[in-house]
Structure formats: C-alpha cells, structure tokens
Design a protein around this ligand. Structure first.
Ligand SMILES: [Zn+2]
Length: 123
C-alpha cells in the first residue's frame, strides 16, 4: 500500500468523525506489519476531556483485534493546514513503534516523518 493510498483511507475514515464542537474532522489509517489497515476518527464529547483522537481510535481498534506491530499511520482532516498528531497520540504510537512513519495531509498533498523526528524522547 502506498502512502497516498493510506492517506485516502484516512480521508474516508474522516467522514465518520463525530466533531460537533470543534467541527475539526480527523481520520487516521494505521498500517500493520502484516499489511492490514485499521482506521479511526475523532470522537468528541460534551465533556471535552472525554474526546479521543482519530489516531488513538485507530490504535485501539488494531490492538483490540490482536495487532500490535505498526509500520505507518496516515492522518487526514477537513482543515486547510498540515495535520500533525497531538502529543498524547505521539506517545501512544511511541509505545508500539518509536520509528513508525507518519503521513500527514498537507496543502501540497502530504508530508512524511518518522515518529522519532516528531517526538525524539518518548516516555
Ligand atoms: Zn491526538
């Protein structure tokens, strides 16, 4: 699966976002070492702190299905700026692969990073 294809899966997942408060819809597509893709979207809540990001939703779905080896994650949003994972999601991804590739939707298409670039010293 190409980075572009994974980003398209993230874009599809974004359509399921529940974001009535921020209106910021995000989708994520997580590629496992075995070639499976798990997706997630952000799910907000009237108790704001109870919200979960798309990236963590995808990780939770994958781990719940027995997958823990991740190669890449793509992130798409309905915003105009490049979308990067938040600090909590970076830490959650670090737990499973400190070198996971992160594909971020950008105005030009996408930008690709290693998690170790975005968060060099995870917990
Ligand atoms: Zn997050």
């Amino acid at each position: 699966m190409t980075d572009q294809e994974l980003l398209e899966r993230a874009g599809e997942a974004k359509e399921n976002a529940y974001a009535p408060y921020s209106k910021f819809q995000v989708g994520a597509a997580l590629l496992t070492a075995g070639g499976d893709v798990f997706t997630g979207c952000n799910v907000e809540n009237s108790s704001y702190g109870a919200a979960i990001c798309a990236e963590r939703a995808a990780v939770v779905q994958a781990v719940s299905s027995g997958c823990r080896e991740f190669e890449a994650i793509a992130i798409a949003s309905n915003g105009e700026d490049t979308v990067y994972p938040c600090g909590i999601c970076r830490q959650v991804l670090h737990e499973f692969n400190p070198e996971i590739r992160i594909i971020c939707q950008s105005p030009e298409g996408f930008e690709t990073y290693l998690l170790s670039e975005l968060m060099p010293k995870g917990f």
